[in-house]
Design a protein around this ligand. Structure first.
Ligand code: NI
Length: 381
């Protein structure tokens, strides 16, 4: 095993920090890059951008890693667990940074490619504010012809890469529904308009959007994750608030969900002579991979890295914002650990370090394929 990859990964794992506050992380990555003589620019508060020049003119290919940790107390039992109380790299972004450093090292060692590589170390993937948006707003994609990225995946076998063209990860919208009824005495429900009853009916009725308003061939999730209402057991609540998330893969599905949610909430409330207002917030779009890029990337890995074709994930990634601007793709790096597998964002989350050199190989081969075959990018859009 490559000692540098493990050392970087473990050092970064020990210092998880919140989005746009990745100060120690940013300083660590900068030091490694500057140690190789690279000129490093700070963008989007704690993000880093650096370029590796090849031989002669050619496309500019961006490689992206995200940097932020999550507000969780680590219980993985790893000897290199977080030393920042209440913060943890529970999504594997430490792995992404180590892999991107490894890829940069390989590309510097053999800079015989045409064009340039742009390294994007992105803050705040988990939000609430998108670090990808901030990097794009600060010009990090200017002059970029294509982009590649990966996410370690604890459910896929270590040492494999899961890739597909088209839909890879879902969009993520959020909503709040405010129900306005009429409060009253718990013993006299007929004199009130029970906001809790209405909110409950709305929760049930919303499930008909996915089962009855969208084609079964269109993946979609509508989940209410939070209900706030009421103050005492013998008082009928005057108002209620529901909050939730919507995951889709197409703009058409997104529009249907929003329209139907407004209609269903209003109609359900009207049935009880009350009202419900929906505040629907569009979040990050779906990650949609370009077919020519995936085909070229898969071909570049053939015989070297075992690839599979996964189902799309209903999770989301602000990487989609890059793909809205330039052609490219995003893949899952299998990192299933020995023993019990815990989901991403779990305090027990662990990853097999076997994935580290595979991740490096994946990025380096993908980038080289696009640098030497820029016509792939022209075919993509
Ligand atoms: Ni993540």
């Amino acid at each position: 095993m490559d000692a540098d990859l493990v050392r970087w990964r473990r050092a970064l794992h020990e210092m998880p920090e919140p989005g746009f506050a990745e100060l120690e992380t940013s300083a660590y990555v900068r030091e490694v890059l500057e140690g190789w003589g690279l000129r490093v620019q700070t963008r989007a508060k704690t993000g880093l951008v650096a370029e590796i020049a090849g031989q002669g003119s050619g496309p500019v290919i961006a490689l992206r890693a995200d940097m932020d940790g999550l507000p969780l107390t680590e219980e993985s039992g790893e000897p290199f667990a977080s030393r920042h109380p209440g913060m943890m790299h529970a999504c594997g972004h430490d792995v992404h940074m180590a892999v991107l450093l490894g890829a940069a090292r390989e590309l510097l060692r053999q800079a015989d490619f045409p064009g340039r590589i742009r390294l994007l170390f992105q803050p705040s993937e988990e939000g609430p504010e998108s670090g990808a948006r901030a990097l794009i707003d600060e010009g990090a994609l200017q002059g970029v012809d294509g982009i590649l990225g990966l996410h370690v995946w604890s459910h896929e076998p270590a040492g494999t890469v899961a890739m597909r063209d088209g839909a890879m990860m879902a969009s993520a919208d959020t909503f709040d529904i405010m129900v306005e009824g009429r409060g009253g005495h718990g013993s006299e429900p007929h004199t009130a308009r029970d906001a809790i009853l209405i909110a409950s009916q709305i929760v049930v009725n919303l499930q008909q959007i996915t089962s009855r308003r969208l084609t079964p061939l269109e993946p979609c999730v509508v989940s209410v994750g939070r209900i706030e209402a009421g103050s005492a057991s013998n008082i009928i609540a005057e108002s209620a608030r529901l909050s939730g998330t919507v995951r889709t893969f197409s703009a058409a599905a997104q529009e249907t969900v929003e329209r139907e949610m407004i209609r269903i909430a209003a109609a359900t409330a009207a049935m009880q002579r009350a009202r419900a207002d929906v505040h629907y917030h569009r979040g990050v779009p779906a990650v949609i991979n370009d077919r020519p890029v995936i085909e070229a990337w898969r071909a570049a890995l053939a015989g070297i890295v075992k690839t599979s074709e996964p189902l799309p994930a209903m999770a989301s990634e602000d990487y989609s914002l890059y793909l809205n601007q330039v052609p490219g793709a995003f893949v899952f790096l299998g990192g299933k650990p020995e023993g019990e597998v815990f989901p991403h964002h779990s305090p027990h989350f662990r990853i097999s370090e076997e994935c580290l050199p595979v991740g490096v190989e994946t990025l380096v081969r993908g980038a080289r394929a696009l640098l030497t075959h820029p016509e792939v990018l022209r075919r993509a859009r």
